[in-house]
Design a protein around this ligand. Structure first.
Ligand code: FE2
Ligand code: FE2
Length: 266
């Protein structure tokens, strides 16, 4: 059964078309989804059927895939109750929340970094440039791009809440251009000012997304749309492996150098 769970759902349906009928019976519309990169285990997480329904559906799939074997599918344990007030995020939006967590680890180290910032030194300029690289490649190209090109496109772009988020992204980009200019001019004061501004902006922006925007979006999206988002995010992330590796390295370096005591904006 593990082998099926780790398999791509589209390939499974091509090999065993009746699996698509079973999924459809349980309201899982994989047959009509054009993307098809989800694994069966992803489908289970996205659709979050009742444990009994999930067990019945998997048993039916196992009977189709392994007609000569008796496969016993265990009943999934009920999920522990969420803490009261904790925002709910579906799997694709949880992925964005996890990216926020990485960005916040950098934001938390900015005050320590700024106290030592000196653009007259090669080391100071290298650190500032590495920060710009993280913001551009991870926060913007990997994270904001998924929001702008995929997630926000599922909603009316005229909604104020979306416009505010897009404005924040643009303001962040303006800060980054100003930091880049400041590095070229070796203007430490300007770089400090715009890094502080970026930190303040992104801290609040991430809080709004985690606590207000994403939970609201999750309430609007159907299971099929959530499945499509999950696949589209996976496709967008596929070429970003090197960016992620470099970003993790940068975060580890910052944490080693500036500790992990400082969290939240000042
Ligand atoms: Fe955003
Ligand atoms: Fe975000």
């Amino acid at each position: 059964m593990d082998k099926i769970m780790q398999g791509r759902i589209k390939e499974l349906i091509v090999r065993h078309p009746k699996v698509g009928d079973v999924l459809a019976e349980f309201g899982v519309a994989c047959v009509t989804c054009a993307v098809g990169t989800c694994l069966l285990k992803d489908i289970l997480e996205i659709h979050r059927l009742a444990p009994e329904d999930e067990q019945r559906m998997l048993t039916r799939i196992a009977e189709i895939v392994y007609p000569d074997r008796k496969v016993v599918v265990p009943l999934r344990k009920s999920e522990p109750q969420k803490k009261t007030g904790e925002p709910f995020h579906s799997p694709p939006l949880r992925k964005l929340v996890e990216e926020h967590a990485l960005i916040k680890r950098v934001l938390a180290r900015i005050p320590g970094m700024l106290r030592q910032m000196d653009l007259d030194t090669t080391e100071g300029r290298q650190l500032a440039l590495a920060s710009v690289d993280f913001i551009r490649s991870f926060a913007d190209k990997c994270h904001h791009a998924k929001e702008e090109d995929i997630l926000f496109k599922c909603f009316d772009g005229n909604l104020d809440i979306i416009k505010v988020m897009l404005d924040d992204h643009e303001t962040g980009r303006a800060h980054v251009r100003a930091i880049r200019d400041a590095i070229e001019r070796r203007d430490t004061a300007a770089a400090v000012k715009h890094l502080k501004g970026y930190r303040q902006l992104l801290t609040e922006h991430i809080r709004k997304e985690d606590e207000v925007l994403y939970p609201w979006m999750d309430r609007q999206l159907s299971d099929t749309e959530i499945g499509r988002l999950f696949s589209a995010f996976a496709a967008a992330d596929a070429p970003m492996a090197e960016t992620r590796r470099r970003s993790q390295e940068f975060i580890s370096m910052l944490e080693q150098r500036f500790g992990d005591a400082e969290r939240g904006p000042r």
